[in-house]
Design a protein around this ligand. Structure first.
Ligand code: SF4
Ligand code: SF4
Length: 253
């Protein structure tokens, strides 16, 4: 399901949801990383030892909820923007959700922004209470949103109310640094499938093999041709579907 829609299922979410009791204790990381990809910066980032070291770099991260203090260091190090911090102890009626953000312009403290769920649907307008830069090397900002308690496990994205997306500054394929503007230009030129765009621009040929950009490109094609996104021709998936060590082949496994 996630591969087709880009949206995790309820069952996926349940596997990483803390108990009500843990949520009420204070800030905690919610690691919504559900695809086995060669990635582990979160394990290195956590100095509390809350994210267990992976035996295999393709493993999913495992969080020790009791060790996590919700510091948010892992959030800004995750290249997949898959980590959120939820603080349900903020007040009786409201919670803070910290969201990774990599677009310009960056929202300002006090600004009202549109909160989105995992599918990109609007959930309401919420106030930004803090904006944290990732520092000189890390360009990921963390946006602190005040949301109703009932939406603390729902709000996972945001959109500014007043600005249009800037295609030249919006990265679609993070592995190969391909912008939305470049994808849109290729579509206008006549490239009409994800495979064609992949061959022309290398979008989807980096380490994540299109897991991030595939559906974004499909959405652009759907918009351009005025068709449902489900009708966009998907690329062919061939084994191996994840990196395999040479030793595994050499060992004949
Ligand atoms: S929020 Fe802080 S303590 Fe919790 S997993 Fe991330 S880095 Fe570790
Ligand atoms: S995508 Fe993020 S959460 Fe998943 S393994 Fe990589 S750093 Fe960790």
């Amino acid at each position: 399901m996630l591969n087709k829609t880009g949206v995790p299922t309820l069952e996926d979410i349940q596997t990483v949801s803390p108990s009500e009791e843990r949520l009420k204790k204070g800030p905690v990381a919610i690691i919504e990383c559900f695809q086995e990809i060669p990635c582990n910066p979160c394990t290195e980032a956590c100095k509390q030892g809350a994210i267990r070291p992976m035996e295999d770099i393709n493993n999913l991260p495992k969080l020790d909820l009791d060790k996590c203090n919700g510091c948010g260091v892992c959030l800004s190090r995750c290249p997949g923007l898959a980590i959120f911090i939820v603080d349900a102890s903020y007040s009786d009626t409201e919670a803070i959700v910290r969201i990774p953000y990599e677009y310009y312009p960056v929202p300002q403290v006090g600004e009202k922004v549109v909160g989105l769920n995992r599918a990109g649907d609007e959930l309401g307008t919420f106030e930004v209470s803090k904006v944290q830069s990732g520092g000189q090397k890390n360009k990921t900002y963390t946006i602190w949103l005040i949301v109703p308690q009932s939406l603390a496990m729902e709000v996972r994205g945001l959109r500014l109310r007043s600005t249009e997306i800037q295609p030249k500054e919006t990265i679609v394929c993070r592995c190969e640094d391909i912008t939305l503007g470049e994808i849109q230009a290729l579509i206008k030129e006549g490239y009409s499938t994800i495979d064609e765009i992949k061959r022309a621009a290398r979008a989807g040929m980096g380490p994540c093999q299109g897991r991030t950009c595939r559906m974004l490109i499909a959405q652009e094609l759907a918009k351009f041709y005025s068709i449902p996104v489900g009708e966009v021709l998907m690329p062919t998936f061939r084994p191996t579907v994840k990196p395999v060590k040479l030793g595994t082949y050499a060992g004949g496994e």
